[in-house]
Design a protein around this ligand. Structure first.
Ligand SMILES: [Zn+2]
Ligand SMILES: [Zn+2]
Length: 176
């Protein structure tokens, strides 16, 4: 293969010339075997290189398999936040079990996906009089967690129902 690395214009930067080079240079992914332009590969100083699609798929898979460590991490982070607000910690193993056994989000009812993972949720936020009691703890998806923010369970569910009714959606579809 011959590469024409002559600049298009005298103003073309060396990096732009290299990028044009990378677009015509086809590399083979050692994972999926597909031939793709070098721009689809991360800078990788090795002989066997996977493409970005394969790298992303592998990291998603790793993330999904690692639910044990992820659950522990969530519990530890939640306890750190609670300690700052003067609340006692919750048992890490209890949180871990709640997260691993949860099959759906408490608020919108969706299933867990790598894009929308489950997290620990305080029905009544700690900052608004909520406690670390088990009765105040549940599992919610990330979308609900972000959208709920500092609203109480009742406030958030009302908001979710309002959106669902307005757009004739199910609460899971509205949980954005
Ligand atoms: Zn690949
Ligand atoms: Zn949800």
């Amino acid at each position: 293969m011959v590469f024409d690395l002559v600049p298009f214009s005298p103003n073309e930067l060396p990096s732009q010339i290299l990028l044009r080079h990378a677009e015509v240079l086809m590399l083979t992914c050692h994972k999926c075997g597909a031939q793709k332009p070098a721009t689809d590969f991360p800078p990788y100083h090795g002989y066997r290189r996977p493409c970005r699609t394969c790298i992303n798929a592998a990291s998603r898979e790793r993330y999904a398999k690692n639910d044990h460590r992820r659950a522990r991490h969530i519990a530890i982070m939640a306890n750190q936040r609670a300690a700052k607000l003067g609340h006692p910690p919750v048992d890490i193993y209890v949180v871990e079990r709640m997260l691993r056994e949860a099959t759906h989000c408490e608020y919108c009812g969706c299933a867990e996906t790598p894009e929308n993972p489950f997290g620990l949720e305080h029905r009544q936020p700690l900052g608004r009089g909520g406690t670390q009691e088990l009765s105040n703890l549940t599992v919610a998806c990330q979308r609900c967690n972000f959208a709920k923010h500092t609203s109480s369970e009742a406030e958030y569910c009302m908001w979710l129902r309002g959106i669902a009714e307005r757009f004739s959606l199910s609460p899971a579809e509205a949980g954005a």
